[in-house]
Write a protein that binds this ligand. Structure first.
Ligand code: NAD
Length: 473
């Protein structure tokens, strides 16, 4: 894979830095025009990008990239273009009596150069998504996509260079060494999407230059079924959220709580849902491959470790899900397709319950009381997402108020990420800072406080000699 030389990365950063200092204010018209260019890049090259992702995964349908990568980007772009003028307006604030007749407002300004380091699982969405908010706010963008999706990263580099001057937006390529170099630069902000362990290294490297960061990390996102939920409906939605991209989704439900006694009924409903969504696995590109043999080996180890410690693994074998449509396109990923599995009888000593799973394995835990569920979740690192299924609003509200997670979808999975006006981000170990929509625009802007003294200004009130004016002190 091509690796951007260190001097080239430094040169690109310096060019963007200089440009951002020479033009600290980027007019609204130019910011809109950059977003329109990004939209054209995506619209005109969607098939090429989807083909690159397919080549990287060896097996992943173009439709999946269309839905999970490109559609979300288009929705974000449309919403940002629609609302950018309003977001950009200075916001007047009320001036207290003791400062009147001065006037005051908050004025948004570009931060400067924003670094973006992105992962492989949704390699277009997570690379270009942060760029939408960053460009909307008038920044320069220096992007390093994942080395595990080299076709997509090379295509992104190529297309971005066609549509943008390097001092506006450019892509560097490479692995950890290039990413480390990028995170050590004196950037004005760094958006990192990836694992919690690498996120920790990024935060440390950025701290040295006092670079503010947005960390979009992973973790174990729980799903909870309430006793009165529609089991078949919940199972379908959980199967969709868990098996999209074969579970390689940061906000996939990682493990599931079901009322004690409903485990078998859930297993039946889940099996039926899986067969409906994926009539066959092998050679079905809607059921993506695991990205590399190393990642597949890790998932198999998780299962083996759980089995050895007494868990019951119910694998949904391809044979149990037959009669599907024939394979649309076969890639080398066919050898890395892993069938889904439900795992019962899990406990904390199993790696499956310690690590983010990031694959098509779903541990199921029976529970008796909501206190038990809330206690379990609150005793562990804060999750990126949480899913609750049920109809009792009082229970729903209790879950919402008693747990802390980056986001929540009620009675479905994943969808809060697709809402163009909701901030997306984690909390605690699942990350900090949020983007998408106005949250992204604000995240990548400086909120400058402006106070304009009136020519009849009363500031003199604060000048010495104080005499008896401040006698309370
Ligand atoms: P990763 O942390 O291994 O890699 C992510 C990026 O970090 C890559 O571009 C990589 O080159 C770079 N990197 C590697 N070492 C680095 C270092 N020392 N300093 C700086 N950058 C470095 O993650 P991954 O395997 O690509 O992605 C999977 C993880 O990402 C999962 O944990 C998942 O939950 C998380 N994720 C989070 C979100 C979110 O929005 N919160 C979205 C997708 C994935």
């Amino acid at each position: 894979m091509f690796e951007t030389p260190a001097e080239e990365l430094e040169r690109l950063f310096q060019a963007q830095h200089r440009a951002s200092r020479a033009q600290p204010d980027v007019p609204l018209a130019l910011r809109r025009e950059r977003l329109l260019r990004l939209r054209t890049l995506i619209d005109d090259h969607a098939p090429v990008l989807a083909a690159a992702v397919q080549a990287d995964f060896g097996m992943r349908s173009r439709q999946l990239t269309e839905v999970a990568d490109l559609f979300l980007l288009r929705a974000q772009l449309a919403s940002t273009l629609r609302q950018l003028a309003r977001w950009s307006r200075p916001q007047k604030v009320r001036t207290p009596l003791y400062l009147q007749p001065a006037r005051a407002w908050v004025q948004r300004q570009p931060l400067g150069v924003i670094g973006v380091i992105s992962p492989w699982n949704y390699p277009v969405q997570l690379a270009l998504g942060p760029a939408i908010g960053a460009l909307a706010a008038g920044n320069r963008v220096l992007l390093k996509p994942s080395e595990l999706t080299p076709h997509t990263s090379a295509k992104l580099a190529d297309l971005v260079a066609q549509f943008f001057a390097p001092e506006e937006f450019c892509v560097v390529q490479g692995g950890a060494a290039v990413a480390e170099q990028l995170s050590r630069l004196p950037l004005d902000h760094l958006v990192f999407t990836g694992s919690t362990s690498v996120g920790r290294k990024v935060a440390l490297a950025a701290a040295d230059k006092l670079t503010p960061t947005t960390l979009e990390l992973g973790g174990k996102s729980p799903a909870i079924l309430d006793a009165d939920c529609d089991l078949a409906d919940a199972a379908l939605k959980i199967a969709h959220g868990k098996l999209l991209n074969a579970g390689q989704t940061c906000i996939a439900p990682d493990y599931l709580f079901v009322p004690k006694g409903s485990e078998a009924a859930f297993a039946g409903a889940f099996r039926a849902a899986v067969v409906r969504l994926f009539p066959r696995f092998e050679g079905n590109p809607d059921y993506a491959a695991i990205i590399t043999p190393r990642h597949l080996a890790r998932l198999r180890e998780l299962l083996q470790d759980a089995r050895e410690q007494g868990a019951e693994v119910q694998q949904i074998e391809p044979a149990a899900a037959t009669h599907g449509a024939p394979a649309q396109s076969l890639g080398d990923g066919i050898a890395r397709q892993m069938p889904p599995a439900l795992v019962f009888g899990v406990h904390d000593q199993m790696r499956l319950m310690q690590e983010e799973i990031f694959g098509p394995l779903l541990p199921v835990i029976g529970y008796e009381t909501l206190d038990e569920v809330v206690g379990y979740i609150n005793a562990r690192p804060r999750p990126l997402s949480l899913y609750w299924f049920g109809n009792r609003t009082a229970v729903r509200d209790e879950v919402l108020t008693r747990t802390v997670s980056g986001g929540v979808t009620v009675n479905d999975t994943l969808l809060h990420i697709a809402h163009e006006s909701l901030p997306f981000g984690g909390v605690g170990d699942s990350g900090w800072g949020a983007y998408h929509g106005e949250a992204g625009f604000l995240r990548f802007s400086h909120a400058k406080a402006v106070l304009v003294q009136s020519r009849w200004g009363a500031g003199a009130l604060l000048y010495p000699p104080y005499g008896r004016r401040f006698e309370r002190v």
